[in-house]
Design a protein around this ligand. Structure first.
Ligand SMILES: N[C@@H](CCC(=O)N[C@@H](CSC=O)C(=O)NCC(=O)O)C(=O)O
Length: 280
């Protein structure tokens, strides 16, 4: 059951925060939904990055006006399971706020950290049951930022046809690469040290064997992003792999922009228009 925690009218539509007890996450979790008006709308998921909740994109990205104009509903989940019973670690790049949109296979994380199944199965199932008059779940697309960009790309590539389109802001493109410290930490912790299992959660690896519809993927990356020289993101590796297998990917290097929501809000309308081409 979806419990309504709060709502507000905005840009002619409504943004609502829901709380559920998730079967996959074995914990309570919240998500926000923006519904443009009184019709039935296609759904665009936004997956947020490390340290975020369902609040960051809703309040900082400036996406709601354009989503309202285009007639696209937005669904904004949290980034991990949370709560007293959910194992956590020191630091902001693992544990709470850092679920990496995968199903953990390693104890003690495997019981709760099932963000992949939550986003691809449980959440759309709930939405189609409880908001069937407002959301058209036969038309879904996905985008995200950083860790959430990794989530958007991998969920799209792992489920051909489930999402009509995908895009990302400064995504973690190659988390199984030894130079990507976020990926090394998360995949070792959630999946174990056998790195052969990591490739199925790595966009740069997945695109090499992808066999579904080749809908253009849009990526925006700021040139002044401090995580870029640290090799946490590696958009060049994803672009190279896509080119080699003939998948159309547009990577736009945006001069002087950093990793923040100032960057996201500058280009978010382009991403909404990109998805509208495939959702409408
Ligand atoms: N808290 C950290 C910074 C963490 C950070 O930059 N998080 C990004 C996503 S990074 C990759 O997934 C983010 O979106 N933060 C939320 C926001 O509202 O900006 C630190 O202290 O350095």
């Amino acid at each position: 059951m979806m419990e309504k925690k709060g709502s507000a009218k905005t840009f002619g539509g409504e943004i609502v925060q829901y709380k559920i007890t998730s079967e996959q996450l074995k914990s309570d979790t919240t998500f926000r939904v923006f519904i443009p008006g009184s019709g039935k709308y296609p759904v665009l998921y936004f997956l947020s990055g490390l340290t975020c909740t369902d609040e960051n994109f809703a309040t900082k990205a400036g996406a709601l006006k354009k989503a309202s104009e285009l007639g696209i509903a937005l669904v904004m989940p949290d980034t991990s399971p949370r709560g007293d019973g959910v194992p956590n670690e020191e630091g902001w790049d693992f544990g709470h706020g850092a679920g990496f949109y995968i199903d953990a296979t390693r104890e003690p994380y495997s019981t709760h950290y099932r963000m992949y199944s939550y986003i691809t199965q449980e959440l759309p199932g709930l939405l189609s049951k409880e908001l069937s008059d407002k959301l058209d779940l036969s038309r879904q697309s996905i985008f995200g930022h950083s860790m959430g960009g990794h989530g958007a790309l991998t969920l799209f590539l792992k489920n051909p046809g489930l999402y009509k389109s995908a895009s990302a802001f400064s995504p973690i493109c190659h988390p199984s690469d030894p130079r990507c410290q976020w990926g090394q930490k998360a995949f070792t912790g959630y999946l174990g040290s056998d790195s052969s299992t990591w490739k199925q959660h790595d966009a740069t690896e997945l695109i090499k064997t992808y066999e579904g519809p080749k809908v253009e993927i849009l990526i925006d990356q700021g040139s002044a992003d401090n995580f870029l020289p640290q090799n946490q993101l590696q958009p060049e590796e994803f672009e190279k792999a896509a080119k080699e297998c003939g998948y159309p990917v547009k990577v736009r290097m945006q001069e002087g922009y950093d990793h923040s929501y100032y960057f996201i809000s500058t280009f978010v309308e382009d991403h909404l228009e990109h998805h509208a081409k495939y959702l409408k």
